[in-house]
Design a protein around this ligand. Structure first.
Ligand SMILES: [Mg+2]
Length: 230
């Protein structure tokens, strides 16, 4: 990535739809901010069990979920085996990478999206979502997948993007901890703190739960931070 593109991409993390749309959606639907599960990394997810409970696939965030933040590179070595296991279980056509960096309007010519697809070389696609950053882009996501969206898991590290988007789509949502916050720009680390406080207030103090989901089962993520009955 060239310096100029990197600046556009980093600025795009600040000035984007999630900053405006997500808080409005959460005001109206507080449960959309609460994931069904919270785990350290995707290694805490039992994809085989999820498939047995009727889950058909997974929509993964990229930055700080599959790879380091805003880096072009391979899947993080700590989670690579688990990611490829998910692809084996669900099939590449039902695993989608959905990022607010690559595949968005910050990704000039979708070069980043194409580069990751080439690097993965297993048929897994990166959603081209243009300016429809998460939590927008529900229709584009549905058009990219073969089953109804409530049969998929939505997995990511950010509340206002990944979790609100996943719940809005009716997915079973899983929040992972970021690999690192080192590369976060000021605005993103501030948003992370705000998201943490929001979850603490809504879930911890007010008892707000994730939306009811017919495929929820505690055994899909043993040791989840959000192991209540939803
Ligand atoms: Mg992320």
């Amino acid at each position: 990535m060239r310096i100029g593109e990197k600046m556009v991409s980093r600025a795009g993390q600040l000035i984007n739809i999630p900053g405006i749309l997500a808080p409005l959606l959460v005001l109206r639907h507080p449960s959309w901010a609460i994931p069904h599960y919270g785990v350290e990394t995707i290694n805490g997810i039992d994809f085989e069990r999820a498939a047995r409970h009727g889950i058909k696939g997974a929509v993964f965030d990229k930055d700080n979920t599959l790879t380091g933040p805003l880096v072009e590179g391979d899947i993080h070595p700590d989670v690579a085996d688990k990611f490829y296991e998910a692809v084996n279980i669900f099939g590449a056509e039902d695993v989608l990478v959905s990022s607010n960096s690559i595949g968005s309007n910050d990704d000039l010519g979708y070069e980043g999206a194409a580069a990751l697809e080439t690097r993965l070389d297993n048929g897994v696609r990166v959603l081209r979502r243009g300016w429809l950053k998460k939590p927008a882009g529900k229709r584009a996501t549905q058009e990219a997948l073969s089953h109804p969206l409530n049969k998929y898991m939505g997995i990511g590290d950010r509340v206002f993007t990944d979790i609100v988007f996943g719940n809005r789509c009716g997915m079973l949502t899983i929040r992972v901890n970021p690999f690192t916050s080192e590369n976060d720009i000021k605005g993103v680390s501030g948003m992370r703190r705000l998201e943490g406080r929001l979850i603490e207030a809504l879930h911890g103090r007010l008892g707000v739960q994730a939306p009811a989901h017919e495929l929820y089962n505690p055994s899909i993520c043993v040791g989840s931070h959000f192991n209540g009955r939803y």
